[in-house]
Design a protein around this ligand. Structure first.
Ligand SMILES: Nc1ncnc2c1ncn2[C@@H]1O[C@H](COP(=O)(O)OP(=O)(O)O)[C@@H](O)[C@H]1O
Ligand SMILES: [Mg+2]
Length: 169
């Protein structure tokens, strides 16, 4: 399903429900997932199993980077309005963490998970923060904010690219 720099993420089922199984979670990540299991815009933890394996809800579209890649393959891009919903929800997740005294620590398109995406309905977009591997109690909030700005830059870059791919008249 996915592989980042430190974990391996596989699909699984739990009681008939589709889940994501995260292998190799650092201890801090398990603590963070547990802390934010009721947050609206942080990926939901279902269960921790021995061997530092976390079972969470599945984002059907994978990460925002995965969605970018899928769209790019079709020479399409996220609209500015989709982008706005994505940024707002990413910020909502950060706000939930910051208010509890935490920072995410690794905000990027690879670590924002896409649960709902409809090309014709930007308002249906639903994203949450994933990969809490660098999350800590702390105050490095500017670092989180810089991550959001990088996401905005990447989305702009992708739209520019998609436009350049359109047939020229
Ligand atoms: N809950 C999930 N649903 C769907 N895809 C996921 C989920 N969690 C992770 N992934 C995919 O796996 C990749 C790696 O997961 P991540 O938690 O970022 O691991 P790492 O710590 O190695 O970066 C993500 O970029 C994403 O593509
Ligand atoms: Mg990651």
């Amino acid at each position: 399903m996915g592989r980042g720099s430190s974990k391996i993420v596989k699909r699984g089922t739990l009681g008939g429900q589709k889940v994501a199984v995260l292998h190799g979670c650092p201890f801090e990540e398990l603590t963070a997932l547990g802390t934010f299991r009721h947050a609206d815009h942080v990926v939901k933890l279902f269960l921790i199993t021995p061997g530092n394996v976390a079972v969470t809800e599945v984002a059907e579209h994978g990460s925002l980077r995965d969605l970018h890649d899928t769209l790019e393959f079709e020479q399409r891009a996220l609209s500015a309005e989709h982008g706005a919903y994505i940024v707002m929800q990413t910020l909502s997740g950060l706000l939930e963490m910051w208010r509890a005294g935490w920072v995410h620590g690794d905000v990027s398109t690879r670590n924002v998970l896409v649960f709902e995406y409809d090309a014709d309905a930007p308002e249906a977009t639903r994203v949450k923060l994933g990969d809490l591997g660098e999350s800590r109690v702390g105050e490095r909030r500017m670092r989180d904010l810089r991550g959001v700005l990088r996401i905005v830059d990447e989305m702009k870059e992708q739209r520019r690219w998609a436009r350049s791919m359109e047939p020229q008249h």
